[in-house]
Design a protein around this ligand. Structure first.
Ligand code: LR7
Ligand code: MN
Length: 581
């Protein structure tokens, strides 16, 4: 499943043999060793990579990855070598008062050189990796909205300083209609010293999704590399990403995202063997590969890691492939969900996503968004996720809605926009189903849509529910020795209580219960059933004003609705099977 990609990765793709260069001679330095590093750099001369020189594979040249910051101008500068910076006692207040400008230590960020050195955190094995010397060029796209000046600059400098010039086509800065004066006035002047940097201004606020698309639309490189605007690219970050995309054009390559501390701006190395995953309701997270998986696949810490989903902010993708995939859904607004959308699209439509451990980029993780959402933040994210769920999740969208988003399903007042184009796109691309994705790409996620199923036993009368074949009413009958098909019900994440396409429904008037065609968007078809195998509970009609429960008639074989009573055994029902959640 996880590839040990040595063979695949470095065999030459075309028939004409290409020469191969050493990517980088890595000298891994744990963070504690920055002092040693400092001494070392003070002494021996380190040769910079001249990446344009072609080398034959037989030559075993030690080549340093390009790092223009490896002999920093000011070795003693605040935050130099990625070390923690300290706010002087008399500036504490100032530092706190500026926190909300970016929701990180903006004061310290300003003190730190825009081209500081950071520790080379690549795993030692990266030293053995080779890359082709005719990799495609990339356009690096930063979109930003009111980004802090010093971090935006440091992001750009880190790209310029640590990317081989022959691989960097341009740096595109897409201003998503920032309000800050410094971003309007000073940016052009500052960036004019770098011929590769271009600034694109959006006339209205679009959010990061459409802002990235605006960058992609004018990009001249063969590969698009998206980055957040508060990052620092580490030594040798670019070559391994481009190598992966080059070897397999449908492969999307992500760097390891390391941490730039929001408090002291130190560069913190992250653990190895992490992959991007999601939990319901489509919440991104990291998951560490188990020792079993690592052993079974004979993985070392420099091997690519296949990811069910990407974090979203940092990745390289073949430009043509990005357009073949139909880019992002342009109907996604401002922030959120686009990483899920693109991840599902990539995997389900024939591509793949990998984290490349030899590529490392630091990112400032912030507690809050430093910009306003034109509409409310929660509503925006919900709407984006609902679009993704409707287009990509098939029947599994019930799990998404069931985990706290039932109000979206009802669509009262919520307009998630037109999805025709996205649905057509999925068809046109001939993408696989979401159940294929779960089975093959994310098998660890247990995703049963039904929470409980089988014959439903009433604990008072000790008989099972039965759907009448001639009437719409539900009946109760003695439990037979074999299971009748019309005794088989299920209870799902969207809280429907159903048999095939018929759902249990309370009568509009009266206390009866009947079956009607299922429709997930109808709130009156929802029931609450909180139960495990041992603990039985009530089936509660959620829509009714006072809580009413399904109750079995001790005599007569009928069921009806009555005010809930905690201790009434005739109101307790148990399904035969419950699924772990
Ligand atoms: O309206 C906006 N316009 C923008 O241009 C809102 C944001 N942006 C810019 C913003 O300035 C920044 O450069 O878009 C970029 C991402 O915004 P962040 O930094 O506020 O997002 P984040 O880091 O909190 O969130 C992660 O999830 C987002 C979901 O939409 C995006 O995919 C981000 O790129 C993504 N960031 C990462 O993957 C970095 C690692 C985080 C993790 C895990
Ligand atoms: Mn970010």
């Amino acid at each position: 499943f996880y590839m040990n990609s040595k063979d695949k990765q470095y065999t030459v793709r075309n028939t004409s043999p290409r020469s191969i260069t050493h990517m980088a001679q890595v000298s891994p330095k744990p963070l504690q060793m920055v002092e040693d590093q400092l001494n070392q750099w003070g002494g021996e001369q380190v040769q910079l990579q001249n990446s344009t020189g072609r080398r034959r594979a037989s030559e075993r040249h030690k080549v340093m990855a390009l790092d223009m910051t490896n002999r920093p101008r000011d070795m003693r500068a605040v935050g130099q070598f990625g070390q923690a910076a300290v706010v002087p006692p008399d500036r504490q207040e100032e530092s706190w008062s500026r926190w909300s400008e970016g929701y990180f230590n903006v004061f310290l960020s300003e003190q730190i050189p825009v081209d500081r050195a950071i520790p080379d955190t690549r795993p030692p094995a990266c030293a053995e990796n080779l890359v082709h010397d005719d990799l495609p060029m990339t356009s690096v796209i930063f979109c930003f909205m009111d980004e802090v000046w010093s971090t935006l600059l440091r992001s750009v400098h880190s790209v310029l300083n640590r990317s081989p010039p022959h691989l960097l086509k341009e740096v595109l800065l897409v201003d998503d209609c920032s309000t800050k004066d410094y971003l309007k006035e000073k940016l052009e002047a500052y960036m004019s010293q770098f011929p590769k940097v271009r600034i694109i201004r959006l006339k209205e606020r679009h959010g990061l999704i459409r802002a990235r698309l605006a960058g992609a639309a004018v990009a001249k490189g063969d590969v698009l590399t998206f980055l957040d605007s508060h990052i620092e690219c580490n030594v040798g970050w670019l070559e391994p990403l481009l190598e992966q995309v080059y070897m397999e054009r449908k492969r999307v390559a992500c760097p390891v995202i390391e941490v730039i501390s929001d408090k002291d701006m130190s560069y913190v190395m992250v653990d190895n063997f992490q992959k991007g995953i999601f939990k319901w309701p489509l919440v991104f997270g990291w998951s560490t590969l188990s020792q079993d998986v690592i052993k079974k696949n004979n993985m070392n810490d420099s091997d690519p890691i296949r990811c069910p989903v990407m974090a979203g902010g940092l990745f390289s993708i073949d430009k043509q492939y990005f357009y073949e995939l139909g880019t992002y859904d342009p109907g996604l607004d401002v922030w959120g969900g686009e990483n899920m959308e693109l991840s599902f699209k990539i995997w389900m439509c024939g591509g793949e996503i990998e984290i490349i451990p030899c590529s490392r980029v630091g990112h400032i993780f912030r507690g809050e968004n430093p910009y306003k959402f034109p509409k409310n933040r929660q509503k925006t994210v919900e709407r984006n996720l609902a679009r993704v769920a409707e287009v990509w999740l098939d029947e599994y969208k019930e799990l998404f809605y069931g985990h706290g988003y039932l109000h979206l399903l009802d669509r009262n007042g919520m307009d998630i926009g037109n999805l025709t184009e996205q649905i057509q796109l999925r068809k046109k691309l001939g993408c696989k189903s979401f159940s294929w994705y779960l089975e093959n790409i994310y098998p660890e996620l247990e995703a049963p849509i039904v929470k409980a199923e089988g014959p439903v036993l009433n604990m008072g009368i000790r008989k099972c529910l039965l759907k009448s074949e001639t009437r719409t009413e539900l009946l109760i009958q003695w439990m037979p020795s074999f299971v009748l098909q019309n005794q088989h019900f299920n209870y799902s994440w969207v809280r429907t209580f159903r048999q095939d396409a018929s759902c249990v429904s309370p009568h509009k008037t009266g206390t009866g219960v009947a079956m009607e065609p299922c429709d997930n968007t109808k709130p009156h078809l929802r029931w609450l059933h909180k139960s495990t195998q041992v603990l039985t509970d009530h089936l509660i009609a959620e829509a009714s004003p006072q809580q009413v429960c399904l109750e079995a008639e001790p005599e007569g074989g009928g069921v009806f609705l009555k005010a809930c009573e905690a201790a009434n055994p005739f109101q307790k029902w148990q399904f035969t099977h419950y699924y772990a959640q």
